[in-house]
Design a protein around this ligand. Structure first.
Ligand code: 5AD
Ligand code: FES
Length: 349
């Protein structure tokens, strides 16, 4: 291993912080040995906080209708080939009930920015889930909304909110999104969510178009200062009906490297081994856990809609029943010496 990489890793382990230039250097110096050292530290740190437990969240994909047109995303508004759907409140509640029976104690309602889901509609669903399953955490992942809206949903009982920042570099953000989406508003949303009292998740894609070590270093600096409760990172995967259809997918090894780094920056962070990671490699999610992740998010959506929530090509778990998905992940975790637990999975501060 390069000496400098070794020194940077020691410094990161002790200080939980590097400069932007140092992060960029560490990324550029990645090799098998530096990855192995980072992994060793990340797993040690993760085990000291969470042991061998892997938390699980039941993902309910409530709608693929989206007013935005993010250039990388398969359900962007401009994709005329995407067959649109929206679950009814009744269907969403049924997914949560089934999830509860299967042992999930937290549900993530994720969807495009669909104007049908007004505060009124969402508040009713959130309070009903909370009434039926008071020991569960409700997480929302529904994009950018006003502060007032976030406040109302929080008051209705939502506990957590996932909103990937996508990239911490404004110019890069503008290359991935159309002009009417704004980096500043994205950051405003994240700040508001935190101030309101949500447990907040940010995140980004690894290997998104135009991304270099410099942009990634900024993402890491952002994570260092924002201290998210959760951080979702997964490889970019091209989707056939997007501008970026011919771009290469993000790298498994780089994603794993960054997972380890993020664990060391913010030891208690809840870090999922994402579905995208499982899509680019058959053992991607196991590998994610083995480098420092501690969360998996099996799909709880009705099988009839799963193929339609296609953010990227060849997404896995689109033909499985919810019980199969959970069972499959549970077996995968056992196979590497970890245990899927039935728990809200709050951050240990
Ligand atoms: N590849 C990987 N991840 C994607 N996302 C959207 N499109 C893609 C893609 N093509 C991610 C974005 C978004 C989350 C819901 O999914 O980071 O925030
Ligand atoms: Fe923005 Fe899908 S259109 S994440």
């Amino acid at each position: 291993m390069n000496n400098l990489a070794g020194e940077l890793i020691e410094k990161l382990y002790i200080d939980r912080s590097l400069t932007e230039e140092e992060y960029a250097g560490l990324i550029e110096l990645r090799d098998e040995e530096s990855a192995a050292l980072l992994r060793e530290y990340a797993v040690k740190v993760r085990k000291s906080i969470y042991g061998n437990s892997v938390f699980t969240r039941g993902l309910i994909e409530i709608s693929n209708i989206c007013k935005n047109d993010c250039y990388y995303c398969g359900i962007r508004a401009g994709n005329k080939h995407c067959e649109r759907y929206r679950l009814t409140p009744q269907e969403i509640l049924m997914c949560a009930d089934e999830g509860y029976r299967l042992g999930f104690r937290t549900f993530v309602m994720q969807g495009g920015e669909d104007s049908y889901f007004t505060d009124e509609v969402l508040c009713d669903i959130i309070s009903e889930i909370k009434a039926r399953h008071s020991d569960c955490a409700v997480t929302l992942s529904l994009g950018e909304r006003s502060r007032e809206s976030y406040q109302r949903l929080f008051d209705a009982g939502a506990d957590r909110y996932l909103l990937r920042h996508e990239t911490a570099d404004k110019e890069h953000y503008e290359k991935l999104h159309p002009g009417k989406m704004s980096f500043d508003n994205r950051m405003r949303c994240l700040r508001d969510l935190k101030e309101i009292g949500y447990q907040v998740g940010c995140g980004f894609m690894v290997g998104s178009p135009y991304q270099t070590a410099k942009e990634l270093a900024k993402d890491l600096k952002f994570i260092e200062s924002f201290k998210p409760d959760m951080c979702g990172i997964g490889p970019f995967i091209p989707h056939k009906d997007t501008l970026f259809k011919d771009e290469p997918a993000g790298s498994l090894e780089l994603t794993c490297y960054l997972l380890s780094i993020i664990r060391l920056i913010h030891p208690p962070v809840l870090l999922p081994a994402t579905t995208a990671l499982g899509t680019i490699h058959p053992k991607g999610r196991e590998l994610g856990i083995l480098v420092g992740a501690n969360v998996v998010m099996p799909n709880l959506s009705p099988v009839s809609v799963r193929k339609k929530y296609e953010l990227y090509d060849n997404k896995i778990c689109t033909g499985e029943e919810s019980a199969q998905c959970r069972g499959c992940l549970s077996a995968r975790m056992q196979s590497i010496g970890y245990e899927l637990v039935s728990d809200r999975g709050d951050i240990k501060k």
